[in-house]
Design a protein. Sequence first.
Length: 544
Amino acid sequence: MKYICGTVLLALSIQPAAAQKPDQASARPPGISLVLVLAVDQMRADYLTRFQDQFSGGFRYLAARGRIYTDAHQEHSCTLTAVGHSTILTGAFPSRSGIIGNDWYDRNRKRVVPAVTAAAGDGPGAGARIPSPRALHATTLGDWLQQQNPNSKVFTISRKDRAAIMLGGQHPSGVFWYAPATGTFTTSEYYANGLPGWALAYNSTRPANKYFNKTWERVDSAKAYTRSSPDDQEGEGRLMGRRTFPYRYSGSRRPTSEFYSYLASTPFMDEMTLELAERAVRSEQLGKRGAVDLLGISLSTTDSVGHTFGPHSQEIQDMMLRLDRMLDRFFKFLDKNVDLDRVLIVLTGDHGVAPLPEVPNEDGVNERARREATQMVKEAEALLQQQYGPGPWIEREYDGNVYLNQETIRKAGVAAAEVENQLAQVLRRMEIVEDVFTRTELTSGRMREDPYAGLFAACFNPDNSGDLMIRTKENVLSGAGAAGTTHGSPYRYDTHVPLIFAGPGITPGRVDSHVRTVDIAPTIAAMLGIPAPEDLDGRPLGIK
């Protein structure tokens, strides 16, 4: 087809004749040769509507040609990068996949372990530091695709290893991520002994170096950004010591690891990610070999920008406008090299982000939003010692998970469930805590009626989760520091993500029914006519 986006209508603002239900029967659309999954890190769903009239490229194309799910969610409480990416192509909740965070506390090793090395082992030669999907106790769409047809290729690319690995599954053809020490892309020994020739050739161009003297300025005139917060907004973090445009590296006189790390927080990082993806498409002949191929791309700069400047910043607006143009170029490339009539495009996000407390909303400024959990845990430990005797009773708190010291509990002869309940009562009295779920409750199968119970159950894995899971109050930032913002809560600002399907067999329009990211993989599998595991948490969305 001929790729056109400038003249199409923006379907986000169009109401279809009737809202369609997600359980309609689907038929396999003919001609899909490439599945493109785009995961935009920390992309809130409202970005699509807030800036819709300013989009003229890729987002505009998807809005006009796509099936837009307006109420799509990461349906779990632990809204973090590794977790969100793991749900997209496995169809499994964290409770099943084991991926409960970017990292978590390992009781056996007595330390925090990253999700992408958590099951790799500690001994010599055990590959403890080799990124891999060993901790992912699930298969992905790519695995199902290759089982159906061994000739299918599966490639994933991201700035982050955890994002690329979670999209890639167990045995992909290639998984690549950015190495800030060198400003190039890399992989691990789990996948291959080295990079393929086309990736080495890309690295040999020193792609990051071309941005060394480049300034990040607004892509549009300043008046186009009045719908966002002031450029110098209280509560924002800083990039190169600044929190206002323009941004430019001001460190060493030549590219170094410091510059390469800085680059990862700019829009130029996503440009590099898409450039490598183009190399993969051309060199591997994706979508042109008589088999269905899968290309997963996670675009990470929105996450860095959002953490630093917040979701209402001019920086995040500029990032979205730039991403719109990047996707425009990439779609044109695919049209020329594959033919978009044969490409199924799925765009979604791994999580959202909380607003800056300093940005006024309808309730004013949330002056009590920035709180740390360290003091809370100390107070809880002290109260447990008053109740039961010498501790320590709390072994570790991490990302809202509280791990009890089982040896202390055993020696004291107290029932673990009693300690859990006592600690839950203590924590619920803390200023930043709204509620607490205990291990006993989460494993009982008899969850109390609570609108958040299902989200916490979906994120509770018996092997990796703590003995208590804390729900902080809404809009409270625990761990964000004195500036910037974060995510990881069960609230809508963190769970609500975009979801668009576009391509062969897709009827454009809006679907307002509630859907989940775990529904994505079984939906694509159904469209391709390939079998998916029967015990998935997700279900196919009827698309036709």
